[in-house]
Each structure stands twice: as structure tokens, then as C-alpha cells.
Design a protein around this ligand. Structure first.
Ligand code: LLP
Length: 443
């Protein structure tokens, strides 16, 4: 087990301007950050901290850019609900025409709750329960993407015991064995990891599905990994899927409608060059040309990552062991990505005051040394009581939050058309007690 914290040398400061632009943030004449004309200082005072803010205009722009990049191809975008499950965000995306990529019965309920048409819902996941599969069959979703032969056995059982008016639409999530350059925890399309059906088993499974009149194989899918910055792996993965589609069709299975290339488009967290939708479309276009296939996409981070900010307040400053600490009211329970993946999230002052730089660790109140939001970060010399904005927090932020240390989860606020509204209230401690009893043996 590692005995030191992940980074020990100060990282050079980066220019936050492109990150602020990605988030639709600007500074007013007084140096105060504004999200679409709304002052972050005003929101922090009103709603309290920590708080998640999502910029609706940015989510809309992202959706439209992706949609336009694939505009000449028949395609459908299924937002990866796991990245941001806020009903308000899902509703906004539904209005734009998005479907949903889900991984649990809970996400199915959320997608249906905001009125995403069932036909535009795809369900991946390596361990779907029988109950979850029942719910997906009952809702008649667009595709249940199976990841094991055992899962197919469960589906055969489900359709065997209930009447289905139309064949249940299935996909096969393939492990195309394409390595992608990203954090090992979020690589999902290489062999030797738990996701997807190995290439050599696909035709056999396709035949088995085709042999059951209550099932129909409509999609061949992959998801290579997350935060990918190169289009190359998508091209290699998609080429494998298309070869498989040819093989499956040659084996007499004629029902395939779509190739699903998953999600994974990377965004800028520091100074990366993001993967642009046009570059992705350019590698996919020649592969699908003339094949009568829809292209399905499952982006999460690309649509919401840059659009979100986690607002926090500086509680205290401390100097200890030759280090400077900035102790804030957000923690690993609100945003786990820095401690879990050593992910970089840029942190900026809500009110810029031209102060000189200092190298600090930005840490939360949780009783874990691993509870940090930034280590050895060069940033302005901030003071107790002021607000900070943690950028790129719109994907895998609120959804990965926890109640460790009995910390209620932060509220989620939508900023749109110069206004803001709380879309999810701050949790209360009473919410945390719900379902608990202090003396469970007393009848
Ligand atoms: N489709 C499938 C089947 C997935 O498993 C995922 C993400 C996506 C789509 C969406 O990927 P995206 O476009 O957002 O990269 N918690 C990690 C990321 C885990 C991603 C899991 N799967 C993080 O904070 O970086």
C-alpha cells in the first residue's frame, strides 16, 4: 500500500481562462465570477456551501455540437445518466432530444420519471439483477445490452414466463480489446477486465438470441473507457464492431439496427486538448458508410463535465510541517475524483483580488488524510470566509458523493437564462436517519 500522498511537487499554475470559458464563466468588473450573468457570490450566500451549480446553456451547447457533428449520419445520443443523474439535467437533455444510457434500475426510474421515451433508453451493466431486467423488459426500452451469457439465460427465463407483445430488444456489449490511454480505473474496453462479451463469443450469443422469437438483437455496443482524448481507439473499436456486425449478419441474424460506440469523449480539466465531436465523427463516418446502421453515442462527461462547478467556502488556513493548508467546507464526500483518481480539478477564487500565489493543499473536513481536493497547488493566497469554485465538477461529482462522516449531500442548482433555481435541496441530517432505528430489537 502506498505510504505517501500521490503528488509531492508543486504543479505549475495553469491559465484558467480556457476552463472558465468552457464553463461559461466570466468575471465582472469587480472580479466576481458570473455564470451566465448570475453572480456565484450571490448564489453561495443564498444557497450556502458546498453547492453544485450546473450551467444549462453549456449543456445545451455541448449537446448541439455533438448532434451537429454526427448530423449527416443517422444517430441517437443517449446521455450517460451515471455522470449526472439530476432530474433537472435529465429533463433539460430530454428537451433537446437526448435519450439515456443507464446502468441500474434506479437510473431507469429517473429516465422514465422525466419522460425520456423508453425507446431511447439503453441499459448496459455487467451485473444487472433479475428485478432490473424485469423492469427494463416491462418498460420496453430501446436496448438491453447484455454483458454475459448468464444474463441472456435470465432474460430467456423472463420472456418465457411473461407475455411480450413485441420481441424484447437486446444488444451485445462487446469487449473489443482496444486499449485506451486513460486512468486504469476507467478503462473499460480492454481484455482482462470485467466489461463486455469477448469478441469470439459474440456470434454464438447472437445466434442464441435470434433463436428465440421473443428476443431480437438490435445493437452491437462497446464502451472503451472514459476521458479519452484521441479518436484513434474509437476508430479501432468501431471497426471491430462493424466486422462483428458483418459476421453476425452472415450467420443469418438480420435484425441489427445500430452500432453503439459508447461514451468517453474527454474534456479539458487542466490544459488538455479535448476530443472534439468532429474528430470522433470523422473516424466513424467512413466505417458506417453504406451499411444502413444507426450510430448510438453514450456521452456523459462531454455533456455535463465542464458545465458544473462545486462552490465551497474557505473555513480555515493552517501552516503545519512546512506546508500550507486551505481547509474548505467541501470534501471527498462531495467530490471524490481528486482522492480516488488523483484527478486535477482547477480551483479558482469566486472574487479575484489580484493576490500573489502560494503553494497549498486544499483539504476538506473529513477525517481521512486522503480527503483532499488539490495537493501542492499553486493558487492565490486565499482567506478564511471566502468562496472558491472547483471547476469541471458537472460529471461524476454529485453522483459519486457520499454521506461519510454523516455529511448531508450538497444541493444542486441550475443556472439558466440569467436565473438560478435549486433543483435538489441540500440533504438534512434527518434524511440520513431515515430508515434507522436506535433499538432494532425492541418490538
Ligand atoms: N457508457 C458506458 C457503458 C459507460 O460505462 C460509461 C461510463 C459511459 C457510457 C459514459 O462515459 P463518459 O462519456 O462519461 O466518459 N467515475 C469516473 C468515470 C467512470 C465512467 C464509467 N462509465 C470518473 O470520475 O472519471
Amino acid at each position: 500500500m502506498a505510504t505517501t500522498l500521490p503528488t509531492t511537487t508543486a504543479t505549475p499554475p495553469i491559465d484558467p481562462a480556457p476552463l472558465l470559458a468552457d464553463a461559461g464563466l466570466e468575471r465582472d468588473a469587480d472580479g466576481v465570477l458570473r455564470m451566465g450573468a448570475v453572480s456565484l457570490d450571490a448564489i453561495a450566500r443564498d444557497v450556502g456551501t458546498p453547492a453544485y451549480l450546473y450551467h444549462a446553456a453549456v449543456i445545451r451547447d455541448r449537446f448541439r455540437s455533438l448532434d451537429q457533428a454526427f448530423g449527416d449520419l443517422p444517430h441517437e445520443i443517449h446521455f450517460a445518466v451515471k455522470s449526472n443523474a439530476s432530474l433537472a439535467v435529465l429533463n433539460l437533455l430530454k428537451e433537446l432530444g437526448s435519450g439515456a444510457d443507464i446502468v441500474s434500475g434506479g437510473e431507469l426510474r429517473r429516465a422514465l420519471r422525466v419522460g425520456i421515451p423508453p425507446r431511447k433508453i439503453v441499459f448496459s451493466g455487467v451485473g444487472k439483477t433479475e428485478q432490473e431486467l424485469e423492469a427494463a423488459v416491462g418498460a420496453r426500452i430501446g436496448s438491453i445490452n447484455i454483458e454475459t451469457a448468464d444474463e441472456l439465460t435470465v432474460l430467456e427465463r423472463i420472456v418465457g414466463r411473461r407475455s411480450v407483445e413485441f420481441p424484447v430488444r437486446l444488444g451485445i456489449r462487446v469487449n473489443p480489446d482496444v486499449a485506451a490511454d486513460t486512468h486504469p480505473y476507467i478503462t473499460t474496453g480492454a481484455s482482462g477486465i470485467k466489461f463486455g462479451v469477448p469478441v469470439e463469443q459474440v456470434v454464438g450469443l447472437a445466434r442464441r438470441i435470434a433463436g428465440n422469437p421473443r428476443l431480437s438483437l438490435v445493437t452491437i455496443a462497446m464502451h472503451l473507457g472514459s476521458q479519452l482524448l484521441e479518436a484513434g481507439p474509437f476508430g479501432r473499436g468501431a471497426a471491430r464492431l462493424l466486422q462483428l456486425i458483418d459476421d453476425v449478419r452472415a450467420a443469418g441474424v438480420r435484425t441489427i439496427e445500430a452500432v453503439d460506440i459508447g461514451g468517453g469523449l474527454g474534456i479539458r480539466y487542466r490544459d488538455e486538448t479535448p476530443l472534439e465531436p468532429a474528430a470522433l465523427a470523422a473516424v466513424v463516418r467512413p466505417l458506417v458508410a453504406g451499411r444502413e446502421l444507426m450510430v448510438h453515442l453514450e456521452p456523459g462527461r462531454y455533456l455535463t463535465g465542464s458545465a458544473g462547478v462545486l462552490l465551497t467556502k474557505v473555513l480555515y488556513r493552517k501552516r503545519s510541517g512546512g506546508k500550507d493548508f486551505v481547509i474548505v467546507d467541501a470534501s471527498m464526500t462531495d467530490l471524490v475524483r481528486p482522492s480516488h483518481y488523483q484527478a486535477h480539478h482547477e480551483i479558482v477564487e469566486v472574487s479575484a483580488r489580484g493576490r500573489g500565489p502560494r503553494v497549498v493543499d486544499v483539504v476538506g473536513p473529513v477525517c481521512e488524510t486522503g480527503d483532499f481536493l488539490a495537493l501542492d497547488r499553486t493558487m492565490p493566497d486565499v482567506e478564511s470566509g471566502e468562496y472558491l469554485a472547483i471547476l469541471c465538477a458537472g460529471a461524476y461529482g454529485a453522483v459519486m458523493s457520499s454521506n461519510y462522516n454523516s455529511r448531508p449531500r450538497a444541493p444542486e442548482v441550475i443556472v439558466d437564462h440569467g436565473r438560478y433555481a435549486v433543483a435538489r435541496a441540500r440533504e438534512t441530517v434527518e434524511d440520513l436517519y431515515r430508515g434507522e432505528t436506535a433499538d432494532p430489537f425492541r418490538t
